[in-house]
Design a protein around this ligand. Structure first.
Ligand code: SF4
Ligand code: SF4
Length: 714
């Protein structure tokens, strides 16, 4: 026979569960409806079916293994403990459920008497407490009130985060409380193996059976009650990520949301510009309803951790763009507008003006008074630091690019300076608007012959050397082109160039949002390359490299593409290039974003420098996957930088901290941006006159040949 304590506990517990399930269920139903209302994105589900192993690996490595979070050791370890406590302490809730229904003395046969389980439960609960203390310390240290923009929590809902920490703390102490009472009653089936629970029961030994019985009932109800309140808070807050982050990881764009920009999609299919109808099709994202279900999932999954913001070059130099706030602003707008989006046409007509105002029905997506300010949208360099760092795989760049596409292609609204670049691309096939014949001029400065393709590549050609617009037309980048050509020549690699047949890959147009011009140039280049019979391509520009390798397959161009640093490192390793002349210099290497983060080439440029005798390398504070952009990507090269500190100046300030003789890099745009900033520093007297920025190929040729630069022809 059960007593009054049992019945009261059972009634209160069951009532709480029913109310909670109703409240949480309603919210989950709303969220499901919202996600389902997004535009279709069939590729996301198809890729999971095509590569189930990769999907499972993603869950194992990123969700269970917390790989991305652990890149930030202390915060990552704390999150690891709290997340595993969430999984493992679900077993305590299972036990609590059994005790609620069958009485305090009930337990799960065989399992709930096995000491190691109790030991693991107590240990992870203590680890969780340690994790909570660490989170609290980080939040105090990183308080936006103290650090302002420097805090990664600036713009996050910090109050909500403290509530969550408090709720998790409640889960833990109530667990120890009710299990401690159980231990005091000598009813804790794990015995002393559940050491922390057993110890928490010590102060209660000696109380009467009746008192302990009531105390345990109260403890059990508190423990269950905390979880129920927590569940309602979670589904209504950023902590929703507990449930949906695994989905976001599962459906992320493989392999990591970086590299290729995605084709423009409308109704789940690539947009065909010849057939497209601006009234029927979506051209990028012009309103929140244009986002796909994966876009909504991204917005809802953001944990507001601010890792993306802390790495963003735009945010770090005083621009209004924070990738975190961009996602949060989209999310808040989607939630505000959701009742309108989900309403039937009939219901929509019944909404009053006040209701429509509250639902932000007429709020522009991008505009001075819109959800996203144009300065935010145009500040992005597409550097990928946000995507790289985001622990839940949110794809910021894809969203930014899609919003840019609507602004450029439908609204014709973009920084006017970039218009010149677009016109030049359309008319001349390069951003500077130079004559195509100028693409041959660098060859005349060499003292050996370079094969220029005339329709077909000669049979014995190993590589088509994709020179790129900067490499052919920009004076500083031409030095890289000449150094690379000469190194290939010395190593005996047969290569050919397209010369005037080469046009811009279309990268600046695409990253600006002008997909039409990208498609035009891309198709022209793919046709030229396919007709020439190109199979293997080497490129010195990481933007060309990324486009040729990762984006041209979208339009029928499939080639084996390498960056020149990869090929040169390989030639050095094979002994075909031997750096012999010492370069006694301190050199710091700047990782180009489209080579490093977007394509994971970090090692080869460093390997090349390591083989040059005398070179002493020193890493900048931010390097490799946490490298800092030069400011040129995302078509920013072609726009004025009017807000905040210049990104290239910030990067050169970091480089100067290493007291370098030379700054090296592996991208013509980084070369120009860093070179400009170094010249400014020299004018200010803040950098030594001899400081220069060079491509790693220039260092290599100097060491291989013992000359400062490739010798010009007589
Ligand atoms: S891609 Fe780079 S610049 Fe753009 S939002 Fe992300 S971190 Fe900032
Ligand atoms: S977008 Fe990702 S990295 Fe940025 S705050 Fe949200 S969860 Fe953190």
């Amino acid at each position: 026979m059960h007593g009054a304590a049992y019945w009261l506990t059972l009634i209160i517990g069951l009532a709480g569960i029913v109310v909670t399930l109703a409240l949480a269920g309603r919210r989950i139903q709303f969220l499901t409806k919202l996600f389902r209302s997004g535009q279709p994105d069939p590729e996301r589900t198809l890729q999971v079916r095509r590569e189930p192993k990769a999907a499972v690996e993603g869950q194992a490595v990123e969700v269970l293994g917390q790989k991305k979070l652990l890149k930030w050791t202390v915060a990552g370890a704390a999150h690891f403990a709290v997340m595993w406590a969430f999984f493992l302490l679900a077993t305590v809730y299972l036990e609590a459920g059994v005790q609620l229904i069958f009485g305090l003395e009930a337990h799960i046969p065989f399992i709930q008497t096995w000491g190691p389980i109790g030991f693991v439960q107590d240990t992870i609960a203590l680890a969780c407490l340690l994790g909570l203390a660490t989170f609290a310390a980080i939040r105090i240290k990183q308080s936006p009130k103290k650090l302002g923009r420097k805090s990664r929590f600036k713009g996050s809902h910090t109050g909500g985060a403290w509530v969550i920490l408090f709720m998790i703390f409640n889960v833990i102490w109530t667990m120890f409380f009710f299990r401690g009472i159980e231990a005091a009653r000598d009813e804790l089936t794990y015995g002393k193996a559940a050491y922390a629970s057993w110890l928490s029961g010590r102060p209660f030994t000696g109380l009467s059976d009746g008192t302990l019985n009531w105390l345990e009932s109260v403890g059990l109800l508190l423990h269950i009650g905390v979880a129920l309140v927590f569940l309602v808070i979670v589904v209504n807050s950023k902590h929703l990520h507990i449930f949906i982050a695994p989905l976001n990881v599962m459906f992320k764009r493989r392999p990591d949301g970086l590299g290729a920009a995605q084709p423009m999609m409308s109704k789940g299919k690539p947009l065909d510009f010849e057939e497209a109808d601006p009234d029927e099709d979506t051209f990028g994202r012009g309103k929140i309803e244009d986002f796909t279900w994966k876009g909504y999932l991204d917005m809802a999954t953001c944990t507001e951790c601010g890792r993306c913001q802390s790495q963003c070059p735009a945010w770090n130099t005083g621009k209004p763009l924070s990738p975190k706030m961009l996602v949060l602003e989209l999310r808040d707008h989607a939630f505000a507008k959701a009742p309108y989006m989900l309403a039937s046409e009939e219901e929509k007509e019944k909404f009053t003006d006040e209701q429509k105002l509250a639902m932000q029905v007429d709020k522009e997506l991008v505009g001075d008074d819109g959800v996203i300010h144009p300065d935010v949208l145009w500040s992005c360099t597409n550097c990928g630091a946000c995507v790289e760092q985001c622990p839940v795989d949110i794809e910021h760049i894809d969203h930014i690019l899609d919003m840019r596409r609507f602004q450029v292609m439908i609204e014709s609204s973009f920084p006017s300076e970039a218009g010149v670049m677009l016109k030049n691309l359309e008319n001349k096939g390069n951003p500077w608007g130079m004559s195509e014949m100028k693409r041959l001029e660098w060859i005349e400065e060499l003292d050996f012959e370079v094969e220029v393709v005339d329709e077909k590549l000669p049979e014995d050609t190993e590589y088509l050397f994709w020179v790129g617009c900067a490499g052919a037309l920009e004076d500083r980048a031409k030095k890289t082109t000449k150094a690379t050509a000469e190194l290939l020549h010395i190593a005996g690699v047969k290569f050919a160039v397209l010369g005037p047949m080469e046009a811009c890959t279309g990268d600046p147009a695409r990253r600006l949002g002008m997909e039409f011009v990208f498609q035009m140039l891309g198709q022209q280049n793919v046709e030229t390359l396919n007709e020439a019979g190109a199979k293997k391509i080497v490129a010195t520009c990481p933007h060309c490299f990324n486009t040729l390798a990762n984006e041209y397959p979208q339009i029928g161009g499939n080639y084996e593409v390498v960056h020149h640093t990869q090929l040169l490192a390989h030639l050095v390793e094979e002994g075909k290039l031997t750096p012999i002349n010492p370069i006694e210099e301190n050199i710091t290497y700047h990782d180009p974003c489209f080579l490093g983060r977007h394509n994971k080439v970090y090692k080869q440029p460093r390997d090349i420098m390591a083989t040059v005798p005398g070179v002493k390398t020193q890493e900048m504070h931010r390097h490799k996957d946490r490298g800092f952009c030069c400011g040129a990507g995302g078509a920013r090269m072609w726009m004025e930088e009017r807000i905040g500190k210049r990104i290239n100046t910030e990067r050169v300030d970091e480089a100067l901290e290493t007291n370098p003789d030379t700054v090296s890099t592996a991208c013509p745009f980084c070369l120009v941006m860093l070179g400009d900033a170094i010249n400014e520093k020299k004018n200010e007297g803040a950098a030594k006159e001899t400081l220069e920025v060079v491509d790693v190929s220039q260092l290599l040729i100097r060491s291989v040949k013992g000359e400062k630069e490739p010798a010009p022809a007589e």
